[in-house]
Design a protein around this ligand. Structure first.
Ligand code: NAD
Length: 472
């Protein structure tokens, strides 16, 4: 067998787990239990495509039942296999634990290339997959709640909730059986930008830590920081936007066709519109083209945000990375060799497993919205506006001064759904960052922030198992 066929993604997750478990004191049996996938469903079902019966291969893996429900996306890709789904389910357990989202980890996948099917065929496949999950009790607001992943989106989630509801008539909380739905089907406002915003909140918190910044040779705060972003898709675009709005300078942006640089800073939306119009990020007015797209990763900067693909920073180019902080917005952008190089050179790598948890955090808020059957802000918005107006009126009357219109609008504004979702995400990312950094400070022999994040996850899951007790 070639090295390629023997590589196991799940095994590599187990290795990272073992590396971190050494820094904990939990019973070895308990650690073994946490590592394993609790339930694995592998299915084959027939779907008629172009008058021919096609046998579709699909999976759903529930990695951990220490909390209910389980949570994790559904991936449509020809590469989907059991090992990958198991690994991704395990990562979901750890990700949820780190950001204090009370779910066990899960993941699903269908081994198809969605581009080769019509929307009608994809709908049939998705609905049949959902029916299989219902049959096996592998989906439900209190059991297992899927979400979008690679190759799926709002449309598929709408098909899933509709199929579930038709098979479970009268189930009052049925909308909570899946997240990432369109707003009209019970989705939540603020999800689209959630991952990029979470990346920003996480890095901003790191930048606000005086001791950490001192170690990196940087000033406190994100204002004026020079940021490079790879990938101008959903996560990269929104990461760049929130950094720019907070006063950082996005000095370079990279897409697969090339990269551009401007020391004075780039506006991600103008670059996005330019790319839409011309078909390329290159030749953006006022910016310099870089010879190779990957050159952007090696630029002198404070913060590097890889937000495109996995394995882009590896043993090869990591020695040339000059950033002081690498924020893993994408999943797995840095290889273990890159990690070692960063540790050696004191580059702080903020790990994907928690940094890009904005999506699952806001999914949690969507699920809560579905269970409460009320839009966030509906009850308090008007009340807050009336109260704020009253307080402001009193202050103005007593002081004899009036505030500007801009200030008035800001003070008066009652919270809407998006405001509350953003605020909940901010709280989540700040808390998780502080918890991980505290673990690292308490044990300086932990080699990197990724291992500290794993330790945080292991401690929380183990504690939960411990408190539940193990059945005799
Ligand atoms: P996306 O498809 O919207 O964007 C990815 C962008 O990267 C595209 O614009 C693509 O053209 C660009 N790209 C591809 N190859 C490139 C290269 N070699 N150099 C530079 N740019 C390149 O995807 P996304 O949703 O933004 O996800 C990006 C990463 O973030 C993925 O690793 C994904 O798994 C991870 N992630 C996404 C979310 C989410 O909510 N979308 C959540 C967690 C993690």
């Amino acid at each position: 067998m070639s090295a390629e066929t023997t590589y196991s993604f799940f095994h590599s997750v187990e290795q990272s787990f073992d590396k971190a478990a050494k820094f904990t004191t939990w019973d070895s049996g308990l650690l073994e239990q946490i590592k394993q996938c609790n339930s694995v469903l592998r299915m084959h079902f027939p779907v008629k495509v172009n008058d021919k019966i096609e046998v579709i291969k699909a999976y759903r893996v529930q990695h951990s039942h220490h909390k209910a429900p389980c949570k994790g996306g559904i991936r449509y890709s020809p590469e989907v296999n059991l090992d990958e789904v198991m690994a991704l389910a395990a990562l979901m357990t750890f990700k949820c634990a780190i950001v204090n989202v009370p779910f066990g980890g899960a993941k699903g996948g269908i081994t198809i290339d969605p581009k080769k099917y019509t929307a009608y065929d994809l709908e049939k496949i998705t609905r049949r997959y959902t029916a299989e999950l219902v049959k096996k009790n592998f989906i439900g607001p209190g059991i297992d709640v899927p979400a979008p992943d690679y190759g799926t989106g709002e449309r598929e989630m709408a098909w899933i909730v509709d199929t579930y509801q038709s098979l479970k008539p009268g189930e009052i909380d049925a909308a909570g059986c899946v997240t990432g739905k369109p707003i009209t089907q019970g989705g939540v406002r603020g999800r689209k930008e959630a991952t990029g915003l979470g990346v920003f909140f996480g890095i901003r918190e790191v930048c606000n830590m005086e001791d950490v910044m001192k170690k990196q040779g940087l000033t406190v705060g994100v204002v004026g920081k020079r940021v490079v972003v790879q990938g101008l898709g959903n996560v990269g675009y929104h990461s760049a936007k929130f950094f720019r709005e907070a006063g950082s300078k996005v000095i370079a942006l990279a897409e697969y066709e090339g990269a551009i640089f401007n020391e004075d800073g780039l506006n991600e939306d103008e670059v996005f519109q330019h790319r839409k119009k011309t078909g390329s990020i290159l030749n953006f007015p006022g910016a310099t083209n870089l010879a190779k797209s990957s050159d952007a990763l090696e630029l002198e900067c404070d913060i590097l945000i890889p937000a495109a693909l996995e394995n882009v920073i590896n043993g090869d180019n990591a020695p040339r990375v000059k950033a002081k902080i690498v924020g893993e917005a994408a999943n797995g952008p840095c290889t273990p060799e890159a990690d070692e190089e960063f540790t050696r050179r004191g580059i702080l790598c903020v790990p994907d497993m928690y940094l890009n948890a904005g999506g699952v955090t806001v999914s949690y808020f969507e699920w809560l919205k579905n269970l409460s059957h009320v839009r966030y802000g509906r009850l308090e918005k008007r009340f807050a506006e009336n109260l704020n107006g009253h307080i402001l009126g009193q202050i103005e009357e007593l002081s004899g001064k009036t505030v500007s219109k801009k200030e008035r609008d800001f003070i008066m504004h009652g919270p809407e759904e998006q405001d509350l979702v953003h605020s909940g995400l901010e709280e989540t990312m700040i808390t998780a960052t502080r918890e991980i950094m505290q673990i690292w400070k308490d044990n300086p022999t932990i080699p990197d922030m990724r291992t500290a994040a794993y330790v945080s996850a292991i401690n929380k899951v183990a504690q939960s198992y411990n408190e539940l007790g193990i059945f005799p």
